[in-house]
Ligand binder design. Structure first.
Ligand code: BJW
Ligand code: ZN
Length: 240
């Protein structure tokens, strides 16, 4: 089907929806200049994110892992939300709308979205590996890497690494939203990292209309009611 007809179809469905929901991934921030994880720009000094975003990597070489996060924090301190983030803000101006994001960049909130579930934490938070203290910390760059807590313990980024549990409150809220939604927009995620990858099929099984917006096909594309192959920053403003 012609892309403009697909956009029209989703626009109508969104207008009718009572409790729309978005699931977002790194692709929604791509047009802000944030590298995605599995794109060709996802490598950092020849390391794949899967090698660095793990508790094992941090135990082995906290300095290397912090250099990776320091690089990303510096980059993120200079970027702004894009047209896709702002389009989602306009949905909540019309009806109850929530965003479940896998992103740690905080760009949805910065754009003005007020109900954002951060499944994988936030890169602007730090947590002590000894005393468990957690707080926001926007320092870029840290004078000393790896940074330390007042108690002397090593600080780590407040994000969720592979093999770690997602924050229980975020996960509970996500499941609640998935149960309640009648339309889910799945935007800019490769659909390979669990449990987020299963959210769209879950919503579909519960009867929601599910829409994918991504320039590439993904393993979850076949479950979608509508797939729009395009960039979030170009497609979303036309839908909203
Ligand atoms: C555009 C665009 C544009 C480009 N517009 N689109 C069941 C089966 C098998 C394995 C597991 C399982 N359950 C759990 C696991 C293990 C693991 C997992 O899923 N592994 C898979 C890789 C197989 N999951 C976990 O460990 C999770 N924990 C967990 O489940 O705990 C319980 C448990 C543990 C162990 C075993 C069983 C149960 C935790 C996952 C944490 C993920 N963490 C990261 C790093 C966060 C911190 C940081 O940022 O550094 O989260 S990894 C990384 O991937 C990051 C992302 O949030 C996540 C998802 O990536 P995303 O957002 O989809 O980005 P990309 O780059 O992959 O895709 C971008 C997309 O955008 C592409 O499709 C582009 O085409 C598109 N795009 N430009 C729109 N302009
Ligand atoms: Zn501490």
């Amino acid at each position: 089907m012609d892309i403009s007809l697909l956009i029209e179809k989703v626009r109508d469905a969104l207008q009718r929806a009572r409790r729309p929901l978005a699931l977002t991934g790194a692709g929604i921030s791509a047009e802000s200049g944030v590298p995605t994880f599995r794109g060709s720009d996802g490598l950092w000094r020849n390391h794949r994110p899967e090698e660095l975003a793990t508790p094992e990597a941090f135990r082995k070489d906290p300095r290397l892992v912090w250099e990776f996060y320091q690089w990303r924090r510096t980059l993120l301190s200079e970027v702004k939300p894009n047209r896709a983030h702002y389009a989602l803000v306009r949905i909540e101006e019309k009806k109850p709308f929530s965003i479940i994001t896998q992103n740690v960049d905080g760009l949805h909130s910065l754009a003005g979205s007020t109900d954002v579930v951060e499944l994988h934490g936030n890169i602007w938070r730090v947590r002590c590996t000894d005393c468990g203290m957690e707080r926001e910390d926007r320092t870029v760059p840290f004078e000393e890497i790896p940074p330390r807590c007042g108690c002397g313990g090593l600080l780590r980024p407040g994000v969720v690494w592979f093999g770690e549990m997602l924050p229980a409150d975020a996960l509970d809220r996500a499941y609640e939203l998935i149960k309640a939604t009648d339309l889910m927009l799945v935007i800019g995620t490769s659909g390979v990292v669990q449990p987020a990858a299963s959210f769209a099929t879950m919503a579909k099984r519960r009867g929601a209309f599910v829409v994918e917006i991504n320039p590439e096909l993904t393993p979850i594309s076949s479950y979608m009611d509508v797939v729009i192959n395009g960039k979030a920053g170009e497609i979303l403003p036309q839908i909203v």
